[in-house]
Write a protein that binds this ligand. Structure first.
Ligand code: SF4
Ligand code: SF4
Length: 672
């Protein structure tokens, strides 16, 4: 006899009918609940972008990309065991159904022979993996909640329904195994040991009366029905919603904010989002997919510095406002909205693909339109609009060039790179040091470049992220026309914020330019032996958010410090290839948070210009981390970071700590 098994052992025809009715009812209830939720999401704006589609599902759901890049050590393998174990059992049930009822469609029963033995072994083991993952999750959760209660932090959700989801899944898996063992014990076959867990249980359970087996069967069946019926109400709903969220997610980089057009303003009579229904349907749906895991909170620099901003709470408040109709600014709290540095750490960490920054900036836009921004934040908007310089110093844009041989675009016939200096790079004393070092290096390497000097204007990045969309658009149009005038095709800049805006956002304003960060161009020049790299002796490096996380560049700066780095994006670690045989002169002193997992200095999103209570500064937290490496030199690669870290270092230590841009170190190494 070929190996196979009897389906519905001891289950009578009428019992089968009751079972099918029960499962159909629970599935119908599940679909109805999802439909009701979708009516809520559909109150939002229709999506007007190209979604990621299958690419999103394959990468983020089946590839578990966000889970794998989890910061916590045990979180990723635990979740992957649950995900793949659960998916395997879903597949096993589907295959069983096709084998049992496929004859209706002319598919013969294939649940026998070698296939059957392989099926039994594979799904038995996958069930065990699921169970281990679930128990791991329960233990981990209990430990984390205990630690959280002691620290007073609000990271992981402590909603009792979260426990019910884990307990229900554990009960389902355990009863599934017990049922399998009972079936084998009551109807033993020589091939039963192909399912090792079920077989071991059958040896423990021994044969039991039919009624006992039927009782276990019904208990398991009721749990399955409860599972489907409760799915949309529990954290487990993310199984469905995160999949839809990944498929419909915008295919645009995290550093690209949505453009508001005048047509939209005329139509809606609004700028930005004052109510939840002003957000897109996808944004609302993604909020519903939140599993309150707290990863966003864990990485938020504002929360970490002691502010009340908590991105997890932002998500629940905005979704709650969809039902209550409360204005978003009231639901989230204006103080929290302004506290965000738009560092995108939360966006990068969120497994449900939620784009917190899109939402926060959209609400800021409505506040700015209503004239609710005052103080230093409002000053920067005024200065940018009236002078084209974020600090209001347009007359000083060329001062840094004195004594240097810097070509100006208006006097240069043909140049390869436009060296974009930026507002800080032109006028802030710390940033000017970087600008001068870059100009000297470009001159030494014989790079064809030019600067705009007094023709340069702010990119509009601070205005856009503070929430003044039309001030940004005005700057974008001005700069784009200057690029056209000089036929600019390539830009190099020391400011990751300018880089991000040019690279990801200026395409909407008719600018077609290739943009490099200065560390990228300099790394190319080192690679071509036109420059030599600097030493990392006693140096630590701070990855800027808008370079490392938002624009995925953390290798070039390290290469300039003599490190042969191979950046592992998923782990957020920089892995040195020391085995290449070429000795690294000195290893860089890496802080706890590196590369795309970097910790924000607190300057982005317009925070650079806003008041910051001394005991709630993200720059202080980051500075402590950098100094904990024991480094005597802190290297930066962003003018804003440099300004923030300067304050942090002065506040934190009396020791002689050198703060430099990598370009300055390189310039010293290449000085004649
Ligand atoms: S927003 Fe994302 S990261 Fe934050 S709690 Fe929800 S699912 Fe987790
Ligand atoms: S973007 Fe950064 S500062 Fe803003 S909520 Fe997210 S993690 Fe916090």
């Amino acid at each position: 006899m070929e190996p196979t098994r009897t389906s519905y052992l001891h289950i009578t025809g009428p019992q089968k009918i009751i079972f099918y009715v029960m499962i159909a009812a629970s599935l119908a209830y599940m679909v109805w609940q999802i439909y009701e939720r979708s009516r809520q999401w559909n109150k939002g704006r229709p999506i007007d972008w190209k979604p990621l589609g299958w690419q999103g599902i394959v990468t983020f759901i089946f590839g578990q990309r966000k889970v794998q890049s989890s910061r916590t050590k045990s979180g990723a393998p635990m979740h992957m065991m649950i995900f793949y174990g659960f998916m395997a059992l879903l597949l096993a049930t589907t295959l069983l159904g096709v084998a049992e009822y496929g004859h209706v469609l002319g598919i013969p029963n294939f649940h026998k022979g070698g296939y059957y033995l392989g099926y039994e072994f594979t799904f038995d083991v996958m069930g065990l993996i699921l169970l281990i993952g679930l128990v791991w999750a329960a233990v981990r959760r209990a430990k984390m909640l205990k630690a959280q209660a002691e620290s007073g932090r609000d990271v992981l959700s402590h909603d009792p329904s979260d426990w019910s989801a884990i307990c229900l899944l554990i009960a389902l898996t355990v009863t599934g195994f017990v049922l399998e063992g009972a079936r084998m014990a009551n109807s033993p076959e020589s091939w039963d040991n192909s399912a090792p867990v079920g077989y071991a249980l059958s040896q423990v359970l021994g044969s039991m009366p039919d009624a006992g087996y039927i009782g276990i069967w019904w208990f398991h069946a009721v749990l399955v029905a409860v599972f489907f019926a409760m799915l949309p109400r529990m954290k487990l709903k993310h199984i469905v919603l995160a999949t839809i969220s990944a498929a419909k997610a915008p295919d645009r980089p995290m550093g690209h904010l949505r453009q508001i057009t005048m047509e939209e303003v005329e139509e809606t009579e609004k700028i930005g989002a004052s109510e939840a229904t002003d957000l897109s349907r996808w944004h609302l749906m993604s909020l519903d997919a939140c599993m309150t895991c707290g990863r966003c909170t864990e990485v938020c620099p504002a929360y970490g510095a002691g502010k009340s901003l908590n991105p997890k709470t932002v998500v629940s408040s905005v979704f709650g406002a969809l039902t209550t109709g409360e204005p978003l600014a009231d639901a989230v709290g204006e103080e929290n909205l302004w506290a965000c540095t738009t560092c995108n750490a939360c966006v990068e960490a969120c497994p449900a693909m939620i784009r917190h920054v899109d939402i926060i900036v959209d609400v800021r836009r409505s506040l700015v339109a209503e004239g609710k921004l005052s103080g230093s934040g409002a000053d920067v908007l005024r200065q940018t609009a009236s002078t084209g310089h974020a600090w209001g110093q347009p007359h000083a844009r060329q001062d840094w060039m004195k004594g240097l041989d810097v070509p100006l675009a208006r006097n240069t016939e043909d140049f390869e790179y436009l060296f974009w200096v930026g507002c800080a790079g032109a006028t802030d004393p710390l940033a000017v040091r970087t600008t001068k070092a870059i100009a000297k290096l470009l001159n030494k390497a014989g790079v064809s470049y030019a600067c705009l000097g007094s023709e340069e204007a702010c990119t509009g990045d601070p205005a856009r992220r503070i929430g003044d969309e039309f001030a940004f658009q005005e700057q974008a149009h001005t700069n784009s026309s200057v690029f056209k005038k000089y036929g600019v095709k390539k830009i190099v800049t020391a400011c990751p914020h300018c880089l991000n805006t040019f690279r990801n956002e200026y395409g909407d304003f008719d600018a077609d330019v290739e943009v490099l960060h200065h560390t990228q161009l300099l790394a190319e020049l080192v690679g071509r032996k036109q420059l030599v790299s600097a030493s990392a002796e006693g140096v630590t490096y701070h990855d800027p958010c808008y370079l490392a996380r938002v624009n995925n560049e953390s290798q070039a700066p390290r290469l300039l410090l003599g490190q042969r780095s191979d950046y592992d994006r998923d782990r957020g670690q920089v892995m040195y290839e020391l085995e290449t045989g070429v000795p690294v002169e000195a290893e860089l002193l890496e802080p706890e948070h590196t590369a795309h997992k970097t910790l924000c200095c607190g300057a982005g999103g317009g925070r650079m210009w806003m008041e910051e209570p001394i005991d709630q500064r993200p720059s202080t937290v980051r500075t402590k981390e950098l100094l904990a490496t024991g480094a005597k030199t802190v290297a930066a690669a962003c003018p804003f970071c440099k300004i923030m870290l300067d304050t942090g270092i002065k506040q934190e230590t009396d020791e002689e700590i050198r703060l430099v841009d990598i370009a300055e170190l390189l310039q010293e190494a290449n000085a004649e």
